[in-house]
Design a protein around this ligand. Sequence first.
Ligand SMILES: Cc1cc2nc3c(=O)[nH]c(=O)nc-3n(C[C@H](O)[C@H](O)[C@H](O)COP(=O)(O)OP(=O)(O)OC[C@H]3O[C@@H](n4cnc5c(N)ncnc54)[C@H](O)[C@@H]3O)c2cc1C
Length: 391
Amino acid sequence: MDLTYSPDQEDFRDRARSWLAANVPTAPLPSPATADGVAAHREWERLLHEAGFAALHWPREHGGGGAGLVEQALFAEEYVKAGAPVRLNRLALTLAGPTVMALGSAEQRERWLPGMLTCDELWCQGFSEPEAGSDLAGVRTRGEIDGDKLVVTGQKVWTSLSAFAQWMFALVRTDSAQRRHRGLTFVMIPMDAAGVELRPIRQLHGEPGFSEVFLTGVRVPVGNVVGDIGAGWTVAMTTLGFERGGLGDHARFARDVGDLVELARRAGVADDPVVRDEVAARFVEVQQFRRHVELVTSRLAAGTPVDAQASITKLYWSEMEARIFETALRILGPLAELTVEAPMNLAAPGLHRRYWHARASRIFAGTSEVQRNIIAERVLGLPREPRWTPT
Ligand SMILES: Cc1cc2nc3c(=O)[nH]c(=O)nc-3n(C[C@H](O)[C@H](O)[C@H](O)COP(=O)(O)OP(=O)(O)OC[C@H]3O[C@@H](n4cnc5c(N)ncnc54)[C@H](O)[C@@H]3O)c2cc1C
């Protein structure tokens, strides 16, 4: 592992740092899971795009920054340190866009990539269904070919940002005679098409972005299929392969641990040895994570694929994030029950939201149990779990 940065990389870091210092909004933007928040984040995304920072990881030929992995990690670190807003169109920039670049036609690239970069078109992910979460091959939403249209009927669930998205990249079953991974197709569905109905899922924080998506006879041009009809599993695995697992996010977690120290001071428990032990443990975990991310970045930059080891990254950060916010609530003790508006409240705005979200991090992008299975079988080479069969 090489931890030194070249002069060019240091220059890049300085340039990114100065631009962020001059442009990051001074007040926090409203949550991106609300209509006001989406509008405000779109403005911010436009600024990022104009400065060439919207998609550093995309090749220049597709309008991206063409930056190396180390520059991407440096930017991500500076981004968090500058307190910049969370990214709005993440699913487009990290999943849908790279999939279209890898497996889409020239026409599809021209149609979809520019709107992802400018954030004029927001994207959501329509993979999960009531009977297909961890077991994605269980997808039942049907797609029937009718001339030059694919007619889609079924239900997606837990669709983040669906209330505001213009497009959904979805996995549908086009051949019901085939089972599991075969007979699936990857298709881009316009969210304003007739037959798309959203039923909001109410969340603890009350924000409206999350929904179930019901699809009834939705007619989608066959030209919106990415890859071949019936080859959707390969396309979906390409998509999920782009989830690299939080390069640069260690800066966000380091900031969160700094916030724990502040919180302990405000709560008057900064000298409590139990609290000190717990906060120190969180600090050490974040430092370990940073080293892990540097190792992964260094390997990827040298062209060594990390494959199933990406599960270690996802498992580590999501479990660590949950522990950080559990520590925050333990520091607050009974005061953790108070709302932000309560006179005796000590929690910073957003702390409870982050606590709830950290619990969801153990579920989305592959649950912790599923990540442990992958690590056991494909990293450590342990025997496969026995398949459960009904008696
Ligand atoms: C906040 C949030 C946002 C999300 N956003 C999206 C989105 O935008 N688009 C989208 O398509 N999906 C999204 N999801 C869905 C997410 O991908 C699924 O929730 C996840 O894949 C788990 O599937 P499931 O909920 O059906 O649970 P299940 O797969 O039914 O799992 C239930 C439990 O069984 C365990 N389990 C399952 N299989 C195994 C196994 N083989 N071995 C051991 N344990 C197992 C799981 O770990 C879990 O604890 C989101 C989820 C959340 C929480």
